[in-house]
Ligand binder design. Structure first.
Ligand SMILES: C[S@@+](CC[C@H](N)C(=O)[O-])C[C@H]1O[C@@H](n2cnc3c(N)ncnc32)[C@H](O)[C@@H]1O
Length: 277
């Protein structure tokens, strides 16, 4: 990768400061990160040693969700708060099963978008969209969405990294409902979220310190939520079997439970809702 990626409009990625998307890529074992990202990632990892397994568990859940959606006939995907399109992300999983699938990655971080555009330069059916996922109207209005996505047909929306950044006062449930209400029947919303419902006091302390380390390291406030709150976001949708579960328990691949022995297994919920016809 080039150290600084140029866009046609002359924008450049910020490679001086650590970046959430690149820290995440580092946790996933990706190569799209810089020394400053790795340094901050290791500092965060001191607070919650299994934080990289949590990221991998989240990505594994996402891959299983995309596979499920392709099997249901969904051909268009919008992955909101996607981070980088690396490490076997949505388009790679979808295209392995259906090369005609169209995928838009949405992120509000210009650096993630610049890197992503560079990575996706040779992918005609995949694009990055710079938009704030807290404002669905920004997402729908983006030229990449208008070009590649037909909202009159079923869409798979993935919110695997957004709501953890949305405070209660910004109404995460209302935000999910706004996405739900804009989608055609037969569409799906797949959501994962950070939780600490069932962990012991020691792990809860680690999660709290991890949240503080993200705040100190990259200025992002993460929100931890309980199962009832998470489940309430699926109002008005049919929950896909097996309903609201830990991410690792959502349609697991037999024998592939990477973090079975670590506390990170308890730290994420995953579920998918279908918009009925
Ligand atoms: C943890 S990373 C990506 C996780 C990825 N979705 C996955 O599940 O594997 C979270 C991403 O969310 C992005 N993000 C945070 N707030 C956002 C917002 N309001 N709109 C769009 N993207 C956002 C960050 O820039 C970051 O790239």
């Amino acid at each position: 990768m080039t150290a600084i990626a140029n866009r046609l409009d002359g924008a450049v990625a910020d490679v001086e400061n650590a970046n959430i998307a690149r820290i995440y890529d580092y946790y996933l074992g990706g190569l799209y990160n810089f020394a400053i990202d790795r340094q901050k990632a290791e500092r965060i990892k001191l607070t919650l040693p299994s934080v990289d397994l949590l990221a991998r568990g989240n990505r594994d859940w996402l891959r299983r969700s995309v596979r499920y959606l392709v099997a249901q006939g969904v051909e268009q995907f919008i992955d909101i708060a996607a981070g980088l399109p690396t490490a076997n992300n949505t388009h790679e999983v979808a295209h392995a099963l259906n090369p005609r699938a169209r995928v838009i990655y949405v992120d509000n971080d210009p650096s993630a978008v610049i890197h992503g555009e560079e990575i996706l330069a040779k992918e005609p059916l995949v694009a990055m969209a710079e938009a704030d996922g807290r404002h669905p109207e920004q997402v729908w209005a983006h030229p990449a969405i208008r070009d590649l996505i037909d909202l009159s047909q079923p869409v798979g929306i993935i919110l695997g990294g957004l709501l953890v950044f949305v405070p209660d006062e910004d109404d995460p449930k209302g935000l999910v409902a706004a996405y739900r209400d804009a989608l055609a029947p037969g569409s799906y919303l797949a959501i994962s979220h950070l939780t600490a419902d069932t962990v012991d006091a020691e792990t809860r302390g680690q999660v709290d310190r991890m949240v503080a380390a993200y705040q100190a390291g990259v200025g992002a406030t993460l929100h931890v939520r309980d199962k009832a709150t998470f489940a309430s976001w699926f109002e008005g949708m049919e929950l896909v079997d097996p309903g609201v579960t830990l991410m690792a328990d959502w349609r697991p691949d037999p024998g592939l439970d990477l973090d079975a022995q670590t506390p990170s297994r308890q730290l994420g919920y995953g579920a998918m809702g279908r918009i009925a016809g």
